[in-house]
Ligand binder design. Structure first.
Ligand code: PLP
Length: 377
């Protein structure tokens, strides 16, 4: 069977391939430290699971409104607005199965053949992949490792649209208010602000494109329940979009998934209304794991790691240990049993780096550091 030509433009997310290989090694009896996939290792809070069970028993097992459960859209508007200090109208909110469908549907709705779209390099690989699928050309802007992976303004260009991510995967860097001023100066027609890690911060402030007066009207906010409430498998995310785009994205959803799972939406409502303690505890735990893991990385020969300020990834530069970081990432998995992702999976600028997720138990992080030390030593 011949695949359509457009499939040549579609990339992938290497973390899932590494996970599959790691599972094969485990099936063959090998021990693997899983630091590849971007999912909190915490359970979804009990009260959220209970709300889903109640919803299933109450009959939330059928289709629901395409743009999302109205009560959930209200709650998201209130929550997402309060987090960023802005007013959000529930009519701007569209609920979808995860953050990824917001990226996918929005880019399909906005990108014309030949449009140039700014994407971070390094950055979440799905951005460039979907821009290209939609017929656009990804235009990478660089993040400066020497400045904690802040945006290098010299590499920003005035094009049609742009995608920004703060806190950032894979580097843990943040976009600050001054960066948003510079981005506003580019006069883009639209921008997507992917803020799925907005609540996973280690001391800094979350500056949102939505809170910038010159950007609010042209920004598509992309967020999800996946990371904050450890709900990656529930597939629940949302966009906050200008009304015409919200209608287009809802129409794409009707054509693609009809709606997000209705019982997941009731669980998400409980997450927003419930106690904050589980989220706060998770972030505190990530912070101490970050400190442990990053100082462990910096003690390894030839490895230097900038301190992540948000999200739960470390993105060390390994150029002092090897000329071929991608080969080292492979050896870490195959020889040492440490599953990680080569920096090249996030763009050309990641060629000297490897991404590790530190959303893993402390003993796994210590074991991974020992194994890396033995391989590098
Ligand atoms: N955006 C970023 C920056 C991510 O890191 C991820 C997942 O790793 C996503 C979006 C996708 O989130 P979801 O699982 O809610 O689709």
């Amino acid at each position: 069977m011949r695949l359509a030509r457009r499939m040549e433009r579609l990339g992938t997310e290497t973390a899932f391939e590494v996970l599959a290989r790691a599972r094969e090694l485990e099936a063959a009896g090998r021990s693997v430290c899983h630091l590849e996939i971007g999912a909190p290792d915490f359970d979804t809070p009990d009260f959220v699971v209970e709300a889903a069970c109640d919803a299933l028993h109450a009959g939330f097992t059928k289709y629901g409104p395409a743009a999302g459960d109205p009560e959930l859209r209200d709650a998201i508007a209130a929550y997402a607005g309060a987090l960023r200090g802005v007013e959000i109208d529930p009519a701007e909110v569209v609920v979808v199965p995860g953050a990824k469908p917001i990226l996918f549907f929005t880019l399909l709705a906005l990108v014309e053949e030949g449009d140039e779209v700014l994407v971070p390099d390094p950055g979440f690989p799905i951005y460039a992949s979907v821009v290209a699928l939609a017929g656009g050309t990804p235009v990478p802007y660089r993040l400066d490792e020497g400045r904690g992976f802040a945006i290098d303004p010299a590499t920003l260009r005035r094009v049609r649209g742009g995608i920004f991510n703060t806190p950032h995967n894979p580097t843990g860097g943040l976009i600050g208010a001054a960066d948003w001023d510079r981005i506003a100066g580019l006069d883009l027609e639209w921008l997507i602000s992917d803020e799925v890690y907005a609540e996973i911060l280690y001391g800094g402030e979350h500056a949102s494109a939505f809170a910038h007066p010159a950007l609010r009207e042209k920004t598509i906010l992309c967020d999800a329940f996946s990371k904050t409430w450890s709900m990656t498998g529930w597939r629940l995310g949302y966009g906050v979009l200008p009304p015409a785009l919200a209608e287009a994205v809802t129409r794409l959803q009707i054509n693609c998934t009809s709606c997000a799972a209705t019982f997941s939406q009731r669980a998400a409502l409980a997450a927003l209304r419930g106690p904050r303690e589980p989220v706060e505890r998770m972030v505190r735990t990530f912070r101490s794991r970050r400190d442990l893991f990053v100082s462990g990385l910096n003690a390894l020969p030839g490895v230097r790691c900038a301190e992540p300020r948000g999200a739960f990834y470390a993105f060390p530069n390994v150029s002092g240990a090897t000329d071929d970081a991608a080969a080292l990432a492979r050896r870490l998995l195959e020889e040492a049993g440490v599953a990680c992702v080569a920096g090249t999976a996030f763009g050309a600028a990641g060629r000297s780096n490897i991404r590790f997720s530190f959303a893993a138990p402390e003993e796994t992080l210590r074991e991974a550091l020992d194994r890396m030390g033995r391989l590098l030593g």
